[in-house]
Write a protein that binds this ligand. Structure first.
Ligand SMILES: Nc1ncnc2c1ncn2[C@@H]1O[C@H](COP(=O)(O)OP(=O)(O)OP(=O)(O)O)[C@@H](O)[C@H]1O
Ligand SMILES: [Mg+2]
Length: 466
């Protein structure tokens, strides 16, 4: 029977969890502060410890540390009332197994416990694969409050304890490079972070950028040049837009990742790879693999740990936090004192679909701050929202004229589209790009609800957002 120790100063939480977990078939022990918890753990080690971060005597992180000291395989699930990423990453870095928020959701807790026990079981089978204990680290600022972002923070915490290859996927401007830098910072802060944009450079140049070249290896190679892999030392090579790499170079990169050594262009000496590799792309690599444009073996090499960043339009709850955060950053840069945006602007922002994601938001705010007269950014500070039409595009009521062309693009056969085809494409586009619910979409399309339902059925579109 698996055992669980609950350390929480809140008697009602202790009792509720005790009742629930005993019911679930676990042996349960409880403690009301850190010292008592540690003593109980030492005299009777549990498989899983559920640990409150805020305790009356010592804070949860130091209890976590002591527990890990006692048994580095202990599975600790932290409970906290805080919502920011720093606590999440700290907890995970400190070796917590998982992290849940108050008020405790039993399903979430249940899942975390099951995962912890499963992992314990695996570890018993595969001994010796445990990662190094954590070191101190500094985090960058990544704003994100929803579940998806929270999972990402956990992953960042976990991958920061090792040098695993990480593939970061997300639309443009979602923060791929930012996340790569935070991971790098947490893992090897004193070593270089070297970004290589795989799309910006022609193939032969990219090869010598990555691996370096020997003097005289080609016209213009007047001296030996070290490649990014060498320059990065024990730091990180960040392969940005990795999908754009030619198949030929993909093969070379794969070999390097497999053998962990390479030769400089025109050279014979073997050079060891000691840096960590991270890669990013705004394309779906799996699709490119299916289309034969990206090597599947390279994809698997890069995709050891995947981080998929959700687009901004699917996490609108972050909007106010992002605006606060970005304005603070911009104020510092521009010596401004802008404190927020008007309700009207917030409303428009909350409804816009943000194809350029956080970068687009940041650029818009920078431009507005430059011209802003007051402390609150209003409509007059956003000239791009000048006319009603522009504002409507922002609201997703109208589709951007450039994007309209796509809707009318002739079908594969080159034949002009029928009215139905145009209608279907337009409906799909509005659904896809505006993130609105059924009622709102009816408003945008100016049709009644039954008409909308009929059209969905006619075109076989599944759309459930009430
Ligand atoms: N979650 C976030 N919190 C705060 N700032 C963010 C966040 N995500 C992105 N940013 C900011 O948005 C800008 C764009 O981020 P970044 O360059 O990392 O995106 P990207 O995904 O690499 O974009 P691209 O695909 O265009 O290269 C940066 O200034 C970054 O600091
Ligand atoms: Mg980028």
């Amino acid at each position: 029977m698996s055992s669980i120790l609950v350390i929480d100063d809140d008697a009602s939480i202790r009792e509720t969890l005790d009742l629930y977990l005993v019911e679930e078939g676990y042996t349960v022990n409880t403690a009301q502060n850190g010292t008592e918890g540690l003593n109980k753990y030492v005299s009777n080690p549990a498989d899983v410890v559920i640990l409150d971060i805020r305790l009356p005597d010592v804070d949860g992180f130091s209890v976590l540390e002591d527990l890990k000291e006692e048994n580095e395989n202990v599975k600790v699930i932290m409970i906290t009332a805080y919502h920011d990423m720093e606590t999440t990453i700290n907890a995970m870095k400190g070796g917590a197994f998982d992290y849940i928020h108050k008020p405790v959701n039993v399903d979430e807790l249940d899942m975390a416990i099951k995962k912890a026990l499963k992992s314990l079981e695996m570890e018993k089978k595969i001994e010796g694969l445990l990662t190094e204990p954590s070191r101190n680290f500094r985090v960058g600022d990544i704003i994100g409050t929803g579940n998806e972002m929270r999972e990402i923070f956990k992953t960042i915490g976990v991958v920061s304890q090792s040098r695993t290859t990480v593939l970061i996927q997300g639309e443009s401007g979602t923060g791929k490079e930012l996340i790569a830098k935070v991971i790098h910072h947490n893992t090897s802060p004193d070593e270089p972070f070297i970004a290589v944009n795989c799309s910006a450079i022609v193939e032969t140049l990219l090869e010598s950028e990555l691996f370096g070249h020997e003097k005289g290896s080609f016209t213009g190679a007047i001296a030996r040049k070290l490649g990014k892999f060498e320059l990065a030392r024990y730091g990180t090579v960040f392969l940005d837009e990795v999908s754009e790499m030619s198949l030929n170079l993909q093969a070379k990169l794969l070999r390097v990742l497999q053998e962990l050594e390479f030769e400089r262009v025109g050279g014979k000496d073997k050079v060891k790879v000691s840096s960590r590799i991270m890669a990013a792309t705004n394309k779906d690599l799996k699709t490119l693999v299916k289309e034969g444009k990206f090597r599947d073996d390279l994809f698997y090499r890069l995709n050891i740990v995947a981080i998929n960043i959700p687009p901004l339009r699917t996490r609108r709850q972050d909007m106010p936090h992002l605006i606060d955060y970005l304005l603070a950053k911009i104020n510092l840069d521009l010596h401004k004192k802008v404190i927020g945006v008007s309700d009207e602007i917030m409303d428009i922002f909350m409804n816009y679909n943000w194809p350029g994601n956080i970068r687009e938001l940041e650029n818009l705010l920078v431009r507005a701050c430059v011209v802003a007269k007051g402390q609150v950014l209003g409509k007059s500070d956003f000239p791009e929202l000048g006319g009603d039409e522009a504002a409507n595009i922002m609201k997703g009521v109208l589709v951007n004229p450039d994007e309209m062309a796509e809707i009318f693009k002739p079908s594969e056969s080159g034949k002009l589209l029928t009215l139905d085809e145009v209608e279907e494409r337009y409906i799909r586009k509005v659904i896809r790009e505006t993130d609105k619910n059924k009622g709102e979409i009816c408003e945008v399309l100016s049709i009644s609800r039954p008409t909308f339902e009929r059209k969905l059925e006619k075109y076989g579109i599944t759309f459930e957002k009430e």
